[in-house]
Design a protein around this ligand. Structure first.
Ligand code: SDX
Length: 368
């Protein structure tokens, strides 16, 4: 069998063909089924783009309304999931609570071996409906807080933010939170999406593929970076102090969370630019620019010292903070949003499958 040489971390390797998304680093475009994600983030909502990912086209107003109603019909999760979450040790990370809940859902699916696109699409709609409830209530249960009920009188994003904070969001908060969910929704083939497709390629089910994706996303080098960014920003007492902290970390050869990207390399993640503007808007409303100033000096320092730019997580973190979202929920919310993209990838993998089975470059002990 012909092998194609070794690339650490599969850097630069084309692993599959897809109609779902593509990162055109040259044109600085994030293409989602032919649409530009950044343009979508200014004109459409998360529900619109979730529909685009699952149906292959943007919805008209009736289709959008019907789709959002379907999501709302699936807000409630089985009581057994709540009971199991209550059995978890209280120091369980919310990402592990989310992973546990998704894993349990497979047991309620009496048709789990039907991997048809129609069946998987119905599962995706149910999961998109349940994920905000799973995300928030696994966090609340692990923190000894009574689960909160969803509100169908609010939009999908407004309900999600309401469940997190317990307060009905303002129009601006709803707009910015929806934009944050939309920017996280799909991003070609990051580690977590690749993990989901590798699992689905054995003809394993959607729940198993998503369970693997949650485990991947939790890592600090991937989705966990947004929480790490916020802890770093809060450690700094001023913009100058933030600069000192970063300099010390660089001297210790440590990676600075929220910077760098395998695909964007030496470019600004276009999604980060959108959330930088959103952060400015929130700082203006709150009359407090301290977070914005810290982020700016961090950005300038990393460009000067390393020629490295922010990724989405760098500006998502302070936006989450200004929206009153607890830090341990940052990555679970990222995953909840990305469920739309992940389900689209699993559907595509099941429809046109070849099992992933790469080779290795053996550098172990010689043998006869
Ligand atoms: C996400 O793939 C996706 O699309 C993911 C994501 C999505 O939407 O799904 O965009 C979400 O995961 C964003 C990334 C979040 N992670 C972080 O912010 C963690 C910090 N970032 C780094 O760990 C790193 O930049 C990665 C993991 C994002 C990318 O790693 P690569 O492509 O393997 O790059 P590398 O580690 O080989 O670094 C290349 C050089 C090195 O310098 P040298 O050793 O060659 O001198 O750049 C340096 C690195 O030291 N470098 C950094 C750095 N990132 C790269 N130096 C300091 N801080 C950083 N953050």
């Amino acid at each position: 069998m012909k092998t194609r040489g070794f690339s650490p971390g599969l850097e630069g390797v084309i692993a599959l063909e897809t109609e779902i998304s593509f990162l055109d680093a040259e044109k600085e475009k994030i293409v989602i089924r032919g649409e530009d994600l950044i343009e979508l983030s200014k004109e459409k909502t998360y529900v619109d783009v979730a529909y685009l990912l699952l149906e292959g086209k943007l919805p008209n107003e009736d289709e959008r309304q019907a789709f959002e109603n379907q999501l709302k019909e699936n807000y409630h999760i089985p009581d057994a999931v709540i009971d199991i979450l209550k059995l978890l040790p209280k120091n369980t990370h919310p990402m592990d609570g989310q992973r546990t809940a998704i894993s349990v859902l497979g047991g309620f699916d009496t048709n789990i071996d039907d991997r048809s696109a129609a069946e998987n699409k119905q599962r995706a709609i149910k999961l998109l409906g349940m994920l905000p409830t799973i995300t928030v209530n696994s966090y609340r249960i692990l923190n000894g807080i009574e689960p909160i009920s969803p509100r169908t009188d609010l939009s999908y994003s407004a309900n999600f933010l309401y469940m997190i904070t317990g307060k009905e969001p303002t129009e601006l908060e709803e707009k910015i939170f929806d934009q944050l969910l939309l920017l996280y929704i799909e991003h070609e083939l990051p580690n977590s999406t690749f993990a989901a497709r590798v699992i689905a390629s054995t003809q394993s089910d959607l729940y198993g593929a998503l369970t693997g994706a949650v485990a991947s996303l939790k890592g600090n080098l991937h989705g966990g970076a947004n929480e790490a960014v916020m802890y770093l920003l809060n450690e700094a007492t001023s913009a100058t102090h933030f600069e000192e902290i970063i300099k010390e970390k660089l001297q210790r050869k440590e990676k600075i969370m929220g910077f760098g990207h395998r695909v964007y390399m030496k470019k600004f993640d276009p999604r980060a630019l959108v959330l930088k503007d959103a952060l400015y808007e929130l700082c203006q409303i709150h009359g407090d620019f301290s977070l914005y100033e810290k982020c700016e000096v961090g950005e300038q320092l990393m460009e000067r010292e390393k020629g490295i730019f922010p990724n989405l997580d760098y500006y998502a973190a302070p936006v989450y903070w200004m929206l009153g979202i607890p830090i341990p929920l940052y990555t679970p919310i990222f995953f909840s949003s990305r469920t739309a993209g992940l389900c689209a990838h699993v559907i595509e993998q099941h429809e046109n499958n070849r099992i992933f089975r790469p080779r290795v470059k053996y550098v172990g002990k010689s043998y006869s």
